[in-house]
Design a protein around this ligand. Sequence first.
Ligand code: SOE
Length: 365
Amino acid sequence: MAKPTIRVALIGQGFMGRVHSNAYCQAPHFFDLPFNIERKVICGRNRESLQNMAATWGWSEIATDWRAVVERSDVDLVDVAVPNALHATVAIAAAQTGKMVACEKPMATSAEEGARMVTAAGGLPSYVWFNYRRAPAVAFGHQLIEEGRIGRVFHYRATYLQEWGADPTRPPVWKMQRAESGSGVLGDLLSHLVDTAMWLNGPIREVSSLLHTFAPGRDVDDAALLLARFQNGSIGSFEATRYAVGCRNRNAFEIHGERGMLRFNLEDMNRLEFLDATEPRNLHGARSMLINGPDHPYAANFWKPGHIIGYEHTFIAALADFLLTVSRGETPHPDFEDAQRTQLVLDAAERSAASRAWQPVEGSN
Ligand code: SOE
């Protein structure tokens, strides 16, 4: 029987537009998807570069009016990869036409916007591209935690370190303008850390944070530090910055539990470190495992064992998981509701930085 076709409209033509375009091209090559994917239309503001993108990534049409695109009856999935300040407007308009919506992170620029997105998506499939959950090493870490291999968690420590904010010669980009981005590293980088942390270690109850801007006149945070108490009794520390000179894209975490430790660093993303504290003490030492063996997440989908994969594969796997879950009639994760829980942590972080006091995360107890 012929597979049904999902007709995709991608709104956005920047870095994420390219990354998502690649995922739509590649996912059917690596996963046995229940749908055919039709790259129907790519929409953005710059017609010339849209034409190039359409030619490069196989989009059938280009468009410059996103409102007209989300209204189209020949589109099933609207993918929102525009600057953050437009996420809610575009996603809500798309959901109101009954379409499935996928959205880049951070889902929204505020918890209030996020709540409206959750309501608009209602029972429709929705998805947020927190792609790092799909790094095989992170997914395997999740599996080990679920199996109890690190036991009760004490410490969760995460950093997302970039350096490009410290370059004074760089022309201003939308990510550094509050009107378009809503925030600096809080939404851009800390949101990734919080999504991964809550997926691995459960909900966060309260936070204390510091937001700092180094560049004179810049109206977004260049750096964010966060202390957190998790519902499971563990404590966490998070650091996200664009001023970590020497680090280009270092997204890392360490988790210490009573039975062991896990450590991940995107700069070496095919590896996961695991220390099994239940072994005799004279054997203690973290083992550095290449997570592309036959029994690892996504191993069957990509190359043969031992052949490493990269950043783009996290998006390919994210898209495939989304479509496979939807085809089973189940709720994909992270959906808008999951991403709203991250927004609520970011909201508490902003309140904490402003008040210089610990703040509860709304909805947690
Ligand atoms: C910012 O530089 C950025 O591209 C983020 O927006 C992405 O979400 C992150 O994965 C890589 O860095």
